[in-house]
Write a new protein. Structure first.
Length: 187
């Protein structure tokens, strides 16, 4: 049986900075590319499905924002440090966030759950005079003990099934709440 190994977080994931296209350039906005900001995922469950803002292909090409892939992680780096979610399809993101792309030695879902366990450490490492901030170096100084890939996948299968049940219950409760409101207004 393989041993669990210790890594720096940056051995497991590539840390990607975000950006925002110039606001006055209308051709950069209202396109088809979802553009995440912290408010889009601060109350998300595992996945964030929608964004308030969308940019165009020109906006993507002419800014420092990057396009994350399916199952990459988005994490807030300023202000509300540590809000996080996975993305279900390609999205870009602003400079208040980092994108986390898992490397081949880590399962993407395992990286998500591992990162959740590291939120308190990230928050304690935050600094700044106006608002709390984490940097790429914050992740470089974050130790992680990780099992072999096969065990990572077993762990994430279990945790993902729990998350799926939680999400289903949340949607049922939201639907029941909507029906209760309709009932009250119809009475």
């Amino acid at each position: 049986m393989e041993e669990w190994k210790e890594y720096k977080y940056t051995d497991l994931a590539t840390i990607i900075g975000g950006g925002t296209p110039k606001t006055p350039v209308s051709e950069y906005w209202n396109g088809e590319i979802p553009c995440l900001s912290v408010k889009d995922f601060v109350s998300a469950t595992k996945y964030v499905y929608d964004t308030e803002k969308y940019i165009s292909g020109l906006g993507l090409l002419n800014s420092s924002t990057k396009l994350l892939e399916k199952d990459d992680i988005i994490i807030s780096a300023r202000g509300t440090v540590g809000a996080m979610a996975m993305i279900p399809y390609p999205m870009c993101f602003n400079q208040s966030c980092f994108g986390l792309q898992g490397k081949s030695i880590v399962d993407k879902n395992f990286l998500y759950y591992l990162t959740q366990t590291k939120i308190d450490e990230l928050k304690k490492s935050a600094h700044g005079s106006v608002f709390d901030t984490i940097t790429r170096e914050t992740f470089d100084n974050l130790p992680c003990v990780v099992p072999p890939l096969q065990l990572q996948q077993k762990i994430t299968n279990f945790l993902s099934s729990l998350d799926d049940k939680i999400e289903l219950n949340r949607r049922i409760n939201d639907n029941l709440g909507t029906n209760d409101k309709k009932q009250v207004t119809n009475d």
